[in-house]
Every structure is written in structure tokens, then in C-alpha cells.
Design a protein around this ligand. Structure first.
Ligand code: TXA
Ligand code: MG
Length: 339
């Protein structure tokens, strides 16, 4: 009875005071879930070596157990306790951590199978957000943290997004304001021979990773992403990050589309258009990609809340670097076939 009552209590949203941070670190040590800000999106954190705590993540998010979790650590040293690093992985971690970069490497025994969905690799990232770092330091734990949303829905980039999705399913939400980057980390698998396979595009591109390895005097090359990434990153489904409203992507919203949209169809532009109206949305006032990534999920959620029959969204420009690729990856999945 008491359990049920606790479960139904709405989540508490905590301001990031030193007292609250200590309290939340203690909750993590007890195996409880804490939604925390990172520089990419909010994560739903749990003690990564505590199987019951990790199971709570899957339950709270309604996440299928074949979708592995990313483990967050303070630094390379903490990461090396969990995975077998090769030289290339070490160079990448030293250069890009803390930051929006996740490394997939062979796991050590200590990492429970629930974290990796039974695979022999683990995904690791050292986040740059000062509050995520405070929780890592104060708890002294590696923290498993997927995005803090119900499985399949648009990722959260504010504490309010987390509350709207998980507010009756978790107890603790740490409010760190809006996330700076706005799209999830780049995920890359690094083989000992220096072969890089980007499994999910993010703010850091494959060529950037390559350049850093080559500057360090290592042989490195990029593997094709498409071939077997479905097997390598089992959580990367064709449909994900999806609003409830059906969504289609176009490279450019035409004047004819604008005219025929009426007020029933929402239009999302990359850059602020001349027109305005309740169905007109945009990702960036000035057409900046960093702005577009930062606002991507907020705008999708706002549009979804408008109860439109359909959403038509403009893609970011093709071949315009890592953020454009990440935005288009998320938009493509948001539009993906419903299963
Ligand atoms: O920016 C981010 O990465 C955010 C913040 C909270 O850190 N986290 C995040 O987690 O996006 P999530 O659960 O939404 O996405 C994790 C994805 C999985 O769906 C899967 O594709 C991939 O990471 N992944 C995890 N472990 C893996 C592994 N061992 N091998 C391959 N892919 C893995
Ligand atoms: Mg996610």
C-alpha cells in the first residue's frame, strides 16, 4: 500500500542547491532513480552496478530490455574500470571528454548484463554538464542514464519535459535549466585497429574523431555506418524520438504547402519564416544549426501539444556537418514507420 502511494506521488523537482545535490546523490546510492540534466538531454540516472536500480530505469521508461544503457562516468580512469580501452579509444576520451561523445567498448565483468542488454560491449560517456558531474562525484558511482522520457517519445531537454513524461513514474528530478546541445551524444564503436563506426550521429562528427586519432599518430579509418549498425546499436530503431502527431519531412516547405496547410497542419521551418500563425513553428530565428539542435525537441513537443492533424517539418541542410546530420537523423526517426 505504502509502495503504491509512493509510486503515485508526483515527482519532486529539485533546485540545484548543495543540500539537494547531496540528497540526490544519497538517493542514487540507495538504488533510486534521479532525472538529471546533461549537456545533451536529460538522463534518467541509476547506480549502474546495481541490477535492481537499472531494472527500475526500464520499468519507469517502459523501455524494452533489448535497448542497452549508456553509463556515465567522471573521467577516463573511472571508465577504464568498466571497459577494455584500446589506444584509439583512450586518445578519443582524452580529447573529447567531458563532452557529448559515447564510446562503445568491450565491457569488463563488473558491468551487469542488464546495462548492456546482454552484449559484451558497454557504452560509456563522461558528461560535461556541471550538475551531472556533481552527482557523479558526490555519489562516487558510475551512472547508467538513458534519456529521461517514455520510450519512443521525444527526448527531454528541460526538467518540465521530464515531469510531463515521467512525473508520476519517478520521484526525483534535478532542474538544471535547458540542455545546451539539445541532441544526444555521438555514439562510436572503436576497434583496437582504429576502425571507427559511428552508431548514432551527434555534435561530434566521424571526420573530427579521425582527425584527432591521426594527429596522435594512430592509424584510423571510418567504417560505413549503415551495414550492421542495427545489430551493433540495438536501440536505434527506425521509429524513435516521435511526437504523437504523424510527422513528415521535406527538404524545403514550399509556398504551395504553406497555402494548403490551413490551420490543421503544423509547419516547422528550420529558420524563422516571414509568415506567422498558430500552426507556424521554427527551430532557429537566425538559421543557426546550434540553435536548431538546442530547440529541436522543445519545438517538436510544442507542436505535438497543438493537436494538429499532421506535422510537416523541414530537414536541416544536407552535408552541413555533424549537427545537421544529427538533427536529420532524429527527424527521420521521428517520422519513421510506426511498428
Ligand atoms: O546524450 C546522450 O547520450 C544521452 C544522455 C542522457 O547522456 N543518453 C542517451 O541514452 O541518449 P539513450 O538510452 O536514449 O540512448 C542510448 C543508446 C541505445 O539506444 C543504443 O542504441 C546505444 O545507446 N547503446 C548503448 N549501449 C550500447 C552498446 N553496448 N552497443 C551499442 N550501442 C549501445
Ligand atoms: Mg533515448
Amino acid at each position: 500500500m505504502l509502495r503504491l502511494f509512493v509510486f503515485l506521488m508526483p515527482a519532486r523537482v529539485y533546485a540545484p542547491t548543495p543540500h539537494n545535490l547531496r540528497l540526490l546523490a544519497a538517493a542514487l546510492k540507495r538504488g533510486e532513480l534521479v532525472a538529471m540534466p546533461t549537456e545533451t538531454v536529460y538522463g534518467l540516472a541509476a547506480h549502474a552496478l546495481d541490477i535492481r536500480a537499472c531494472r527500475r530505469i526500464f520499468t519507469a521508461k517502459r523501455r524494452p530490455d533489448h535497448d542497452p544503457l549508456i553509463v556515465h562516468v567522471t573521467d577516463l580512469r573511472a571508465a577504464e574500470a568498466l571497459a577494455e580501452f584500446n589506444d584509439a579509444a583512450r586518445v578519443i576520451a582524452r580529447h573529447f571528454w567531458p563532452g557529448p561523445l559515447t564510446l562503445v567498448l568491450p565491457k569488463k565483468k563488473i558491468v551487469p548484463g542488464i546495462v548492456t542488454s546482454g552484449q559484451d560491449t558497454v557504452a560509456l560517456r563522461s558528461p560535461a554538464h556541471p550538475l551531472a558531474r556533481r552527482l557523479l562525484k558526490l555519489s562516487g558511482l558510475p551512472l547508467a542514464a538513458p534519456s529521461a522520457n517514455l520510450f519512443g517519445y521525444v527526448s527531454p531537454t528541460t526538467a518540465e519535459h521530464v515531469r510531463l513524461g515521467l512525473g508520476t513514474r519517478i520521484k526525483h528530478i534535478l532542474d538544471g535549466g535547458p540542455c545546451r546541445v539539445g541532441v544526444e551524444s555521438t555514439i562510436v564503436a572503436v576497434s583496437p585497429a582504429g576502425e571507427l563506426r559511428v552508431l548514432r550521429p551527434g555534435a561530434i562528427s566521424g571526420p573530427e574523431l579521425l582527425a584527432v586519432l591521426r594527429r596522435a599518430g594512430l592509424k584510423a579509418r571510418l567504417a560505413r555506418r549503415k551495414s550492421s549498425s542495427a545489430v551493433l546499436a540495438p536501440g536505434l530503431l527506425d521509429q524513435h524520438y516521435s511526437p504523437h502527431t504523424p510527422l513528415t519531412i521535406t527538404s524545403h516547405i514550399t509556398a504551395a504547402q504553406k497555402k494548403s496547410a490551413g490551420t490543421d497542419i503544423a509547419l516547422i521551418f528550420q529558420q524563422k519564416p516571414d509568415a506567422s500563425g498558430r500552426n507556424i513553428f521554427f527551430f532557429s530565428a537566425a538559421g543557426e544549426l546550434s540553435d536548431a539542435a538546442h530547440n529541436l525537441y522543445s519545438v517538436l513537443r510544442q507542436t505535438d501539444a497543438g493537436k494538429f492533424a499532421r506535422i510537416i517539418v523541414e530537414a536541416a541542410p544536407k552535408n552541413d556537418g555533424a549537427l545537421a546530420a544529427a538533427i536529420n537523423d532524429r527527424l527521420t526517426r521521428a517520422a519513421g514507420k510506426r511498428k
